[in-house]
Design a protein around this ligand. Structure first.
Ligand SMILES: [Zn+2]
Length: 181
């Protein structure tokens, strides 16, 4: 069984018991980076899940094994030292420790190499778009035609005199007064 404890400062600790061995993986994720540190100790088999304490001086992991109690002291800077004698746990806060099914990504087995990529089939040439049928909307006596109306517009809606863009409703250029068709 693998256990995950959330420590202060964004650190996570993974604890796992493999026969008589206790595996500890300490991960700390800072901005843009993730560090992982793995340690293991001969502790004996756990009899109960570990307990994590947060004290004023650091983090303490208590292991209860068939060889007795053992404490792992996590100090600032990621230094982990085992201690046989129970440290001062007065005022310590118990941190949650949850069973998880998978450890940190850094201790997972390496990924299988990907098969070589198959070349993509050549793209089909795009079919020319069929012209849209003219849309027609009728609202009472109002009639709005789109599509057919735009085809009736003067091609190239620019003033032939000065080049200013013109509206299809303009009869004269708004800039130079040139009559528009
Ligand atoms: Zn003009």
């Amino acid at each position: 069984m693998l256990y995950l404890g959330e420590l202060s400062g964004g650190q996570q600790v993974y604890l796992e018991n493999q026969e008589a061995l206790t595996l500890l993986t300490l991960t700390s994720s800072g901005p843009g980076q993730q560090q992982s540190q793995r340690s293991s100790w001969q502790t004996g088999a756990w009899t109960v899940p570990p307990t994590i304490f947060q004290t004023a001086t650091g983090t303490i992991i208590r292991l209860e094994t068939n060889q007795g109690q053992l404490f792992l002291l996590l100090q600032a800077g990621g230094v982990i030292s085992p201690a046989a004698n129970p440290p001062d746990l007065s005022g310590a806060r118990v941190l949650p420790l949850n069973p998880v099914t998978s450890g940190p990504a850094t201790v997972m087995p390496p990924m299988q190499p990907l098969p070589p990529m198959q070349p993509l089939p050549p793209m089909q040439p795009l079919k020319p778009m069929a012209p849209l049928p003219p849309m027609e909307m009728r609202m009472g006596n109002m009639q709005l035609q789109m599509g057919t109306a735009s085809q009736a517009q003067t091609p190239g809606a620019f003033c032939t005199q000065c080049g200013k863009p013109t509206e299809s409703t303009d009869r004269f250029c708004a800039k130079c007064g040139h009559p528009l068709k």
